[in-house]
Design a protein around this ligand. Sequence first.
Ligand SMILES: N[C@@H](CCC(=O)N[C@@H](CS)C(=O)NCC(=O)O)C(=O)O
Length: 259
Amino acid sequence: MSEDLTLYHWEPNANSGKPMLTLVEKGVPFASHYIDLLAFDQHKPDYLAINPMGTIPAMVHGGRLMNESTAIMEYVEEAFPGPALMPADARDRWRVRWWMKYFDQWLGPSLSMLGWNVGIGPKVRERDPEELKAAIDRIPLPERRIAWRKAIYGLFSEEELAESTRRILIGIDLVEKTLVQREWLACDSYSLADINAFNSAYFLPISQGEHCNDEKTPRIMRWLRTIYARPAVKTTWAMGRTAMASRIKIFEGEEVEKW
Ligand SMILES: N[C@@H](CCC(=O)N[C@@H](CS)C(=O)NCC(=O)O)C(=O)O
């Protein structure tokens, strides 16, 4: 397909990393446009003219805007040649979609809440209060405005944080048990489910090191290291610009910071 392809993304992780890694795995050339989430680039007029929702990632292909990271992954899989990232069997395909929904809707928001609470919020909190208030007021989606407000002013409640931790521990257990049954998350081959999940799960050994480690979850650690060894992962994570992306070096045995 010869139409221009541009991906607007932040660091490789949930959600930007999902289409980034999918495109790289398939060998699809694309223009990479880095949007600095911590500088609120996603709410600036230039970007809102492309994606009025003010969220990342977004992809433009042949002049058409596409958002929603998992829907973009499926589009890339179907629209371009390259190694298949969806299995052929209908039940396996269902399982790929099941896992992507599980991460997107149930586990991902909890991982994100804890990340925003200890990472993103403290990173921007120190800035000028008036500037921050104006930045929050400019956010187009009300739900994103609430998330930013809670992260910046430390307003996630104890109950919300406890519920997120509960879900993450259930998620770690489910992924470990699944990887006892098979090598990959959804089927016998590396698929979109692994790409989707890796983007959130790669820092579980860092953020949940007590619960996710070689002794307690050897299958998760084996799975994460196997994915990390893929050349596409190295290429994708090299597009990151902050210390966040370099945390992936934990799989080379390096000491990395939590945030
Ligand atoms: N469901 C959307 C979520 C997109 C989303 O909310 N992305 C976050 C980054 S992970 C974002 O744009 N945050 C910017 C903001 O809230 O200002 C997807 O999967 O693409």
